[in-house]
Design a protein around this ligand. Sequence first.
Ligand SMILES: [Mn+2]
Length: 243
Amino acid sequence: MSSKPIIGISGSIIVDGSGNFPGYKRAYVNNDYVESVIRAGGVPYILPITEDPEIIKEYTKTIDGLILSGGHDVNPLLWGEEPKKELGEIFPKRDNFEFLLIENMLEEEKPIFGICRGEQILNVYFGGTLYQDLSHKKDCDVRHNQKTTPSLETHTVIIEKSSQLYKVLEEENILVNSFHHMAIKDVAPGFEIVALSKDCVVEAVEMKDRNIMAVQWHPEMLSKTNKIMQKLFNYFVSISSEE
Ligand SMILES: [Mn+2]
């Protein structure tokens, strides 16, 4: 292994709305993921979407750790629910890609860090369910889709003191940004809920024996100015280099 661990970041596809190639598909990740990994001493690799199992196997052999990035809603058919009216845009090809990535990372026994959609897809992969929209959750009255300024912390998260997350952040109460309308409903077997918002939305889970952690907010959008959030990437890069 190289001296700097290679961190794969699951990619997405954006359709170019303007310029010379309107309607053209581009493979991408938000650059904040790239910068957070570099600041942590890792080498970021963007993993373009494919459903070819051979290519995905090569991805996971090459990388030392995987970040599952944010994005589309997860297809509710994956946990046996019909789509409800409030469901946002889904991208089943990406769900399939990320399921295969997770499966191969588990085989390789390498760490995974899920962010936002990344937390949701991990929970569904391991047999949990999601709220298709937070309006379906009783007593949910915190704004979890803040609409503005990605780098602004808007709601409180309370962290379980016995968790790995607490060891990493060394804080019991943190402020996070929030750009989600889905959230974990039934947590998957093997996952521990380690952080909640004040209206009891699951904000972080972990599976310690498998080096999997996931958060519902977007630390990569905060980490440039917020030292606590950068610690998540520093920790993840450090465990990715341990094998
Ligand atoms: Mn939230």
